[in-house]
Write a protein that binds this ligand. Structure first.
Ligand SMILES: Nc1ncnc2c1ncn2[C@@H]1O[C@H](COP(=O)(O)OP(=O)(O)O)[C@@H](O)[C@H]1O
Ligand SMILES: [Mg+2]
Length: 347
């Protein structure tokens, strides 16, 4: 593996309190982020996501440990080093943070003015950026007359003005409706694919992770509790908090209440069969579900479930009611269990 572009080593950020021990927002995090991917950082409010990501552009410095970005240790930078770092790391925000007194073009060109680029250079670069985000027509408009999705596209154009190699997005779609969210996420994916920018996305929505990330880091109370390829984490989340995020998106596992209703209506044996997962070939479980019950003379009815495509592979689960002779149903469950993970749902 090539050297990571971002590396946290024992990184800790404690905020002092006027009295008492203070708050450790990020607690001893070791994390390497490789060049060129889209990493999602997910967790509930207060988990430490913003603080972690703000350490990448040195808006926060670690109180212990180090954060290294493109070979630079953030806590050892001079003013000039900090300015260089911030030129290489763009950031977008939930509330867009646009300047209302400047037009779209004025907002996008602002970082270039700060960087001392000439009027001509600015004009050319702003035109290029607005073209990229699809806002050329609105160059002269003021933020007050833009929709949320347009504002965020301005935010993205502005963040890209200095051609950063890293883009940080802190809850960038949390204020947007689902349709606009998909558009903005598609734009972030283009930034990653077409410009080669390393993207780090903070979110509390697993849907965002499923849409665009290739890696997911789950945070709780300042620590990283799970980290892996998005497909693997969705197929086999290991931490209870991760499981809640995943099942919230897939809607595949019946809740206790749903299960009680299902049991009342379905007297047969209920099992939840996982589809996809680490080491399982695409479609293995689906193939077993369609083949195995019939082979044992067992009737299988799908009573609940959810499957979606991630990285072009299916992931999720189906809950089946199996009816037939007890021994045949048992043999069927045994054979399904050899093909994939099977959870009993019968009380
Ligand atoms: N500037 C600050 N001063 C004091 N406490 C802070 C500050 N920033 C964050 N915190 C605290 O650190 C914890 C993590 O916050 P944050 O990184 O914003 O989490 P998240 O982005 O996951 O919601 C919270 O308990 C928050 O109150
Ligand atoms: Mg936050």
């Amino acid at each position: 593996m090539t050297a990571p572009v971002i590396s946290f080593a024992g990184a800790t950020r404690t905020f002092a309190a006027r009295r008492g021990p203070g708050v450790t927002a990020v607690d001893d995090v070791d994390l390497d982020i490789a060049e060129g991917g889209i990493t999602g950082v997910i967790g509930w409010s207060g988990a430490g996501k913003s603080t972690l990501v703000r350490m990448i552009n040195a808006l926060e410095l670690p109180t212990a440990g180090t954060v290294t970005v493109r070979g630079r240790v953030t806590s050892e930078l001079s003013e000039r080093g900090l300015a260089e770092l911030r030129g290489e790391v763009g950031m977008i925000f939930q509330q867009f943070a646009l300047m209302n007194s400047r037009t779209v073009a004025g907002n996008v060109g602002y970082p270039l003015a700060v960087a001392g680029r000439s009027r001509e250079q600015r004009r050319a670069r702003v035109a290029e950026l607005l073209e990229f985000v699809g806002l050329s027509e609105l160059a002269g408009r003021y933020p007050a007359r833009l929709s949320g999705g347009q504002k965020q596209r301005v935010g993205i154009a502005r963040a890209l003005a200095t051609s950063p190699s890293i883009l940080l997005a802190d809850e960038a779609t949390s204020a947007l409706d689902p349709e606009t969210t998909r558009e903005v996420l598609a734009l972030l994916r283009r930034v990653n694919r077409e410009l080669g920018t390393t993207v780090v996305v903070i979110t509390h929505e697993m849907e965002v992770v499923a849409e665009i990330c290739d890696r997911v880091v789950v945070m709780e109370q300042g620590t990283v509790i799970e980290d892996g390829a998005v497909y693997d984490v969705f197929a086999a989340p290991s931490h209870p908090a991760t499981r809640r995020f995943v099942h919230g998106v897939l809607q595949d596992v019946p809740s206790d209440e749903t299960l009680a209703r299902l049991r009342a209506r379905h007297p047969g044996r209920l099992v939840t069969v996982a589809v996809g997962g680490p080491g399982s070939g695409a479609g293995d479980a689906q193939d077993a579900i369609s083949r195995v019950p019939a082979a044992h003379g067992v009737r299988a009815t799908v009573v609940h479930g959810g499957i979606r495509e991630l990285a072009e592979r299916p992931v999720g689960s189906l809950t089946l009611e199996l009816t037939g002779a007890d021994a045949a149903v048992q043999a069927c469950v045994d054979e399904l269990s050899r093909a994939t993970r099977v959870t009993e749902r019968t009380a």
